[in-house]
Design a protein around this ligand. Sequence first.
Ligand SMILES: *[C@@H]1O[C@H](CO)[C@@H](O)[C@H](O)[C@H]1NC(C)=O
Length: 669
Amino acid sequence: MAISHRIIKAFVPCNIFILFCLFFFSLFVLYKPAHPDKSRRLGWQSWDVISLEQGGSNKPLEVEVGPTTRREAQEWWQTPMESLSDPDGASSLPLDIWAPLLAHRTGLTEIAIVSCMFPPDLTNYCDPVSTPEEDALKGRWVRVERDLSWKTGVWYLNVWYRRTRRFDVPLITSIMLLAESEESLLPEPKDQWRKAPGSLHDGVYPMQNKLFLWYKLRPPLQAPSPTQEDETEIITELDVLYGDSKPWYGFEKLEKEVTKGREGKTDSVWLTYRKGIKPAPRPLPPHFSHDGTFKIMQIADLHFSVSNGRCRDTDHTPCKYGDTETGSLLARALDAEKPDLVIFTGDQLNGQDTSWDAKSVLTKFAREVITRNISWAAVLGNHDDEATDLDRSELMQHLRLMPFSLAEPGPKNIAGAGNYVIKVRSPDPSKTHLLTLYFLDSGAYEPHPFVFWKPPSYDWIKPSQRDWFLSESSKINPIERPFTPDGANDLGHIWKSRSTDERQAIGGHVNGEVNRRLAKPNALMFFHIPLPEAYYEPDFGEMNAKLLDVGKQLEGPGAAKHNGGFFEEGVLRAPESEQGGTEVKVIGNGHCHLTDNCRRVHGIWNCFGGGGSYSGYGKIGFDRRFRIYSISDFGETIKTYKRTEHDDIVDEMVLVGQGAPAAYTGGGH
Ligand SMILES: *[C@@H]1O[C@H](CO)[C@@H](O)[C@H](O)[C@H]1NC(C)=O
């Protein structure tokens, strides 16, 4: 009795003390003026609930063809797809959060540089001070959520700004970075320039001279509403870029970097700004050429970093920077192949702690494709969201808004991010859907939260994704195949020069009268991590009496250990027509850099891209390569080959259509 009494006496005050501590700590943690849910925030000065996706989840999944209005003497597909951002919606955007993807056309009134010992995400201890009157006049303080000394300093350092909808206050039109001794360099009229409090080198290690941000204020407008010229003059957004890549589309770098990178140690830090709003150019709607062809180039496993990347496992010389060398290789391959569509099949970002700021890497992985105005799509790999600041869904939202991108985040209620469909249509006015491209997110690693000692194993495609695929597939209408374009004059000469027998063969009926049939268009499917079935026994080709497996597997299986059943219960369950067959003919994967084979299993071709980057692992003697899908006869024939870093064309073969191995009739080898 005495003992327990003593224990209680000692225990109770102690517990009360701990509870109090926890209580206050939770208040501290919970009191975040920042917003609880990044995707839905209530805008200040506005009652709208804003989605950062700009309606991404409500839009139809399939990538729709462009506007229906056509000018005379112009093809329907010569009008780019509809713009994603809605400039008229800009008036209801929230002013008090930093969201550089949004099309803000409102101006900034004041800038401050703030350093803090504590993570500014968790506390408002260091926030710049303000009064309600100042907030009303100039807008509330907004933090640019990119730490200027992320890898270069000893504490947190952020740019803050105020944003307002008003035009009757002075707005910022220029920014300059000047050291203390350089203030005489300020352009005239000097009285329009203000110095932001705080040095941009505060806490930067090793210590550097102070650097200050100066901004120029435009006198208030007299007219009640601004002209277009007024709008393009004002700075509407600030962002931070790390490394030496180009800024995000529509943004410019300041003339001088905030902090210079140190070779091999740290990356440069740049402040970038946007004037007005500049939505990225949109691709043309995906379409076949008049000669019935459509060419896809697969780019697998780029493994790009914030810095210029490291060359791995290559005898390519000179090879100082992996990402830079890969850029030149890509440029060459793209110029040689001139694809209609590029598909990045995952691991665009290296993860492994070198792509820590995702946006700075996103601005460069697709650069060679974008500068050539080539449409592109992408899925995510297991490394893209590893050790970086954006999650998979945010990554897809960024990809979607890049120039010439067809990538989509896809529906929210199914597993993964980036499940979407692209439909390739005929060039004639009928806009017939002739080829389907499915994109799925094969995830990263199998989650086992309580079993942290087990080595991670790869993720798999989930039942919700299978159901989504089956539902998308069921919505596709059969067409009369093979397709013949409207009007005999439109017929490509290649098609006309074919004999009837050839056309019948392409249509899949060698004998008999019936050479046309109702069936869904052929489909290809792309995701990063292969299915376990990609390693099953290949089909046996009866015609040429050999295993249907072309290319190399120089490494072990890269599939998930767990078979989620997507092949059996998804791919094989989506028929091409009432007579059977499968709609999906080819599955394209990345993930395994030393694997580049195409293997037919149960009638489905499982094809790997083969590593295409000097920054990803490889093997000396096994060239970096890109897989091409050359599709002809308006989608009936699918040929593939690989282009290597030495410009060799290897393993050319027809997968589907005329010249392909006989159709699968059941039974493996
Ligand atoms: C590329 O696209 C841009 C923007 O849409 C356009 O202005 C330019 O003319 C295009 N260039 C080529 C070569 O098609």
